[in-house]
Design a protein around this ligand. Sequence first.
Ligand SMILES: [Zn+2]
Length: 463
Amino acid sequence: MNSLFKSISPIGLLLFGLWSCSLDDAAPVLPINAVDPIPMAKEFYTQEKPKQVNSSFRIQTEQEIFPFWAGAKIHAGGRMLIVPAHRKVQVRYEAGYLRRFVFELDERGQVIRGGMLELAGKELEFLLRNEVLLVEGFLAGVKSKDLTYLWSDFVARPLDGIQADGRVVALQREGGGKSRLDAEALRTEFCIDWYWVYSFNGVVVFEVFSHTTCGSASCDSARSADAHDACLDDGVGAGGDGKEVQIIKDPSFKETAADCIYEKLLSINGFKDLASKFEGLGTEFDVLLKIGTTKSVTANGQTWYKGPNQPIEITFNVDRMNRSALEVARTIVHEMIHAEMYRALNTQGLEDSDLSFKETFEVYTRQFFGVEDIHHSYMADYWVDKMANMLELIHPQLGYLGLNDFLSPWAYPAGIPKDFYKALAWEGLKDEDVRAWNNKTAEQKDQIEFHIEKAKYGTKSCN
Ligand SMILES: [Zn+2]
């Protein structure tokens, strides 16, 4: 089915290519999406939603679905916005399922349409991996025969349930075609089974069990954004034991600014690949992200390899989370590289890339003492440029324009240079036991410090 989308993906690639090229120029160049689509989408949502509430269909039983703006991701050069769609209900999905709020914008940043897209019919890993392509395809009117699509308004009232084969799908409770759906039913029946119901020319052809929702008094009374986790359905569902998503967020990390920054990083080439090493059925190691105290009080973060069959634990220092969003992004990338090195060294899989890494890494273990020096020396030699690229790519989503405006009159007359991002990557690697740092001249070191200082002026907010 990938061939179906081949006609669409080059457009996305082209836009992305143009966007990253513009950042390579020394002079400050406005990105194509000079208009931030998130406020536009928020405004659209705020205006549209009240009009839709009274005629809602599923909202009465499945409760309110709300956009989790902190997890919003911008695609197609600002023309497409994908936002997690959360609700406060206990749910168990039978198979892969993905629910998102989607906004399509024109080149002036105006919202053309917005709504809720639900995808099912393939495992979650597939849906997540191809999410952008699938949404882009849907907006372009292309649907895969292997998937179920349901497009609804912000209160889950179906607008487009037509499938690739011409059937029409609806998400209905057991016997939903006949019985009334209301809040009373949710309260009295406690748990409700939901089915994808496919019909053709108005005649039901078949049904597939989708999920079970269970309301409870505690979910009902906690329908705010900070409601109890057990009641949070983030719209990302998989059958079985839920092992498919393997980057685990501790409650101390969830919905913090760091979480928001992490979610944005997932849209960045390079970081996406880093994170994908821990996701999917074939991977051996999970990563646990949390915020707390680190063994070294001055560390920004620490990564702890606890052994086989244990998640690799990344702790971000709670006292160091108040830095600029770009600095926090730098720390997240740095710690994820540690985690990736632990994974590659300890995985039983025999991927070529892992094998060649192990070989190179052994040279470092012979040359340096202590896990930290070995890791950091390797990182300094192999990751600085890649880290710099990731930071440069994420910066437009973390206050690039504001920082550039602030710094250009006195620090960067020609705009924020590439060296700024390279220097930032050196933070955490500036140690006399790191060979590549040691080899730098005093002048080079001063330059790096100069740039690192400038990152502190960046915005702290992620949204
Ligand atoms: Zn480190």
